[in-house]
Design a protein around this ligand. Structure first.
Ligand code: AMP
Length: 418
């Protein structure tokens, strides 16, 4: 099969959609009556040893789009991947999730054991309005991740129009997430989830009320460089937390003991502080931290100044003085982005800072600020500590969210706008 080379595609979109005013053709007010709508969803859900879905967030996130299409007289052909199968691995068949999909959607869902080819086309050809069919795991075919154009063309034969609602894979130029859009020139649409994700990011990156605050935590500076650089043009305040802090502290001559620290990035940390200053961004680093004598929940702990950590101790959470000053900044902000925890929140004894930050952002949101939480661990923390309903928006896409914050164009989104 002929494959589209991925690089030239990405190069065609040098600018982020968040830097341009591109239109979004959404499903809202489209006429789907008697149309078979291919919906690329992200049903890549966790499954336990008993083959039960342990977290159905992603299925629930697609419900609004599917409901809408059905209500408008269409039928849905659901396409998704599950895991990273090497060939047709029976452990990763989407048949395992059919009953959960049915339970969440509250409509009957049929399953078809393939996603492409004549038999798959025959299975979708006879769909009647209001029906839903879930096709087999796209990644059973290596052509999916290769972005193979013939495979994409085969998928496109399953319906009359195309809706992408899989934000979690929008950063991949795969056959079903990107390449296939070209076969639906005037009939390709943003699903409700994709639309909400793009709007939330755009609000932070472009149109949010000031002051705009970014809170970047997590383990390492090295993994957040592009995000920090990109955000500096868009924000008024930057809170730096988590393990990243110690690279900055050491760069400024402080003692960080055994804290996580990337010596290779000390110079970069200083450059970044200079850049922030030049751009008028106020950077807030912790003044005190909670340190432990071991990386474990049983460690002895105490608070100390951030730059006076004894040799055998390590910084594992934000301290009380720091939290007070962070609270002020959060409460003053009108637009807030949170990515990365303030400490090792997985250890109960060092979760206090992350929980407190969740409370501050909840309070600020309650007072009218817009808050967006995105990227892996902060989303996990928000869910774990019960702040899910208190944030304005929680992104469903880890990698896609991070790439958006880095200012990259997501191929899945660009393909809908061509
Ligand atoms: P990231 O994926 O970069 O957002 O990092 C998230 C991880 O950073 C979580 O697993 C936290 O436990 C970890 N983390 C946060 N603060 C610290 C710290 N002070 N020392 C070591 N790891 C930390």
């Amino acid at each position: 099969m002929f494959s589209i080379p991925l690089k030239p595609f990405a190069q065609r979109y040098k600018k982020s959609i968040f830097d341009k005013n591109l239109s979004m053709q959404t499903i809202v007010n489209q006429d789907f009556s008697s149309r078979r709508v291919i919906v690329r969803v992200d049903f890549n859900v966790p499954i336990d040893d008993q083959l039960q879905v342990t977290d159905s967030t992603r299925i629930r996130a697609a419900k609004e789009t599917i409901d809408y299409i059905l209500k408008k007289g269409g039928s849905c052909v659901l396409l998704s991947h599950l895991g990273r199968p090497m060939g047709k691995d029976p452990k990763l068949t989407l048949s395992h999730i059919v009953s959960k999909v049915q339970e969440v959607l509250e409509v009957p869902v049929t399953f078809f054991g393939d996603c492409v080819g004549q038999q798959a086309e025959a299975a979708t050809a006879s769909l009647t309005p209001g029906s839903v069919i879930l096709m087999e795991n796209l990644r059973y075919y290596k052509e999916e991740t290769a972005g193979d154009i013939e495979f994409a063309k085969g998928l496109s034969k399953l319906g009359d129009c195309y809706v992408n609602d899989a934000f979690g894979t929008a950063h991949r130029a795969h056959a079903s997430t990107t390449i296939m859009a070209q076969f639906f020139k005037d009939h390709k649409y943003f699903g409700r989830l994709l639309e909400k994700e793009v709007n939330a990011i755009e609000k932070v990156m472009k149109s949010g009320d000031k002051p705009v605050l970014a809170i970047l935590g997590g383990a390492k500076v090295s993994s957040k460089i592009t995000i920090i650089e990109n955000m500096l043009d868009k924000i008024d305040h930057l809170i730096i937390g988590g393990g990243m802090v110690y690279t900055f502290v050491k760069a400024q001559g402080g003692k960080v003991g055994r804290s996580i620290c990337e010596d290779d990035y000390c110079d970069y940390a200083l450059t970044l502080l200079d850049k922030a200053k030049a751009k008028g961004v106020q950077v807030h680093l912790p003044s005190d931290v909670i340190i432990g004598d071991d990386f474990s929940n049983e460690a002895n702990k105490k608070s100390c100044k951030v730059d006076e950590i004894p040799d055998d101790w390590e910084g594992l959470d934000a301290g009380p003085e720091t939290l007070k000053s962070f609270q002020k900044v959060v409460m003053q902000s009108k637009t807030i982005l949170w990515n990365g925890p303030l400490g090792v929140f997985e250890l109960e004894n060092f979760a206090k800072g992350t929980i407190a930050l969740g409370e501050f952002i909840s309070d600020s949101t309650q007072a009218g600020a817009f808050s967006l939480v995105g990227g892996g661990d902060s989303v996990a923390a928000v869910k774990q500590f019960g702040f899910e309903e208190k944030m304005s928006y929680i992104s469903t896409g880890g990698g896609a969210m991070l790439e958006s914050l880095e200012g990259k164009t997501l191929p899945g989104i660009a393909a809908l706008q061509e």
